[in-house]
Design a protein around this ligand. Structure first.
Ligand SMILES: *[C@@H]1O[C@H](CO)[C@@H](O)[C@H](O)[C@H]1NC(C)=O
Ligand SMILES: *[C@@H]1O[C@H](CO)[C@@H](O)[C@H](O)[C@H]1NC(C)=O
Length: 217
């Protein structure tokens, strides 16, 4: 599967996915005093921005929970679920290694594991950067991937809400950090959380649509 994806990528995909010129923006306003314990639980994706224009799903949620790994070490599990094309309920699971002791940065690393992939593609890491949140109503998160090969980047922004509908005040607060990365609020797309009863359920994790390419290209 991943081989196929890589081939497709080489043929056409990269040009559709990485569309913004140059490197990822610097000086992204990541939260400096971020509390993971307060962030855990379920979030609805109220709005999003994908720089490649993807609109493939609705009813996206993120669920962050604590688990222990085999050494009894606490790890965060990150469950990103969505309904693809109004039909398929799918989800992707990542682990978030605990931040370095004393670190309170909102800069999180998501680690996806693909057991059946070729060795160098088994583990894939992506950034998930929390730019703003008040933990009870809204959160703004950002990721960026850069392709040195074509010198372009891809951006995805989540406007998350604790409730299926985000109130206007929270929306306004959630949008604030986006000015600093030059993203206009008109570009955000509303995620419809109202018709969320798909026909089919996948009972195994699949690839996330927000973090696509397995190796830097
Ligand atoms: C992830 O979330 C979805 C939707 O809430 C749920 O159906 C699925 O079982 C969850 N997966 C895991 C491993 O927690
Ligand atoms: C998302 O929901 C909207 C409104 O119900 C619908 O028009 C659109 O087709 C849905 N998109 C997908 C990819 O399911």
């Amino acid at each position: 599967m991943l081989k196929v994806i890589l081939l497709v990528f080489c043929a056409t995909g990269a040009f559709g996915y990485f569309t913004l010129p140059g490197k990822c923006p610097e000086n992204v306003p990541v939260m400096e005093h971020f509390s993971i314990p307060d962030f855990h639980g379920k979030w609805y994706q109220a709005y999003y921005y994908a720089s490649d224009g993807q609109k493939k799903n609705n009813c996206s949620t993120l669920e962050i929970s604590f688990k222990s790994n085999s050494d009894n070490y606490p790890v965060l599990s990150f469950n990103q679920s969505r309904i693809d094309r109004g039909l398929f309920h799918r989800y992707s699971i990542a682990n978030v290694p605990p931040p370095a002791h004393g670190s309170q940065s909102g800069d999180l690393e998501l680690v996806f594991n693909y057991q059946n992939a070729p060795r160098r593609l088994k583990t894939r890491k992506y950034q998930f950067r929390v730019l703003a949140t008040n933990y009870n109503y809204y959160a703004t998160a950002f990721t960026c991937q850069y392709s040195p090969l074509i010198d372009k980047h891809f951006i995805y922004v989540w406007i998350l809400s604790r409730n299926p509908i985000l109130n206007d005040v929270s929306k306004e607060l959630a949008m604030r950090p986006l000015q600093q990365i030059g993203l206009l609020s008109e570009k955000l797309i509303r995620d419809d959380q109202s018709k969320c009863s798909p026909k089919y359920y996948d009972d195994f994790p699949t690839e996330p649509t927000t973090f696509k390419y397995p190796v830097p290209i």
